[in-house]
Write a protein that binds this ligand. Structure first.
Ligand SMILES: [Zn+2]
Length: 105
């Protein structure tokens, strides 16, 4: 087991896990439910982490992650709220301004 990536957005970490799995690299996400304990530990340590199961695949995994980050998935792009027109960061599943869900377009 080796940690290859960490990001504040669980959406991003899960996306990269899918990228690795699609390339035959077994990976899993840790810290995906620790957001409620902020304050006890440094914030960054609470970020969701991406781990590869096989250490020898870590280098390949890091390469795949770099490639994936250079070509962002359109599904992870910022989106525009259909209810209020606000630009919402891709990390948010709901509009931070009015609380509406993204509309499929
Ligand atoms: Zn809105």
């Amino acid at each position: 087991m080796r940690k290859v990536y960490s990001h504040e957005s669980l959406v991003m970490v899960n996306h990269l896990r899918n990228v690795l799995e699609a390339q035959g690299v077994a990976a899993l996400v840790r810290n995906d439910r620790l957001m409620g304990v902020l304050g006890e530990v440094p914030f960054v340590e609470c970020w969701p982490q991406l781990w590869v199961v096989q250490d020898h695949q870590a280098t390949r995994a890091e390469q795949l992650i770099l490639e994936a980050l250079e070509e962002p998935d359109p599904a992870l792009a910022d989106w525009t709220c259909g209810a209020c027109g606000e630009q919402v960061d891709a990390a948010f599943g709901l509009c931070w301004n009015c609380g509406a869900e993204p509309t499929a377009d």
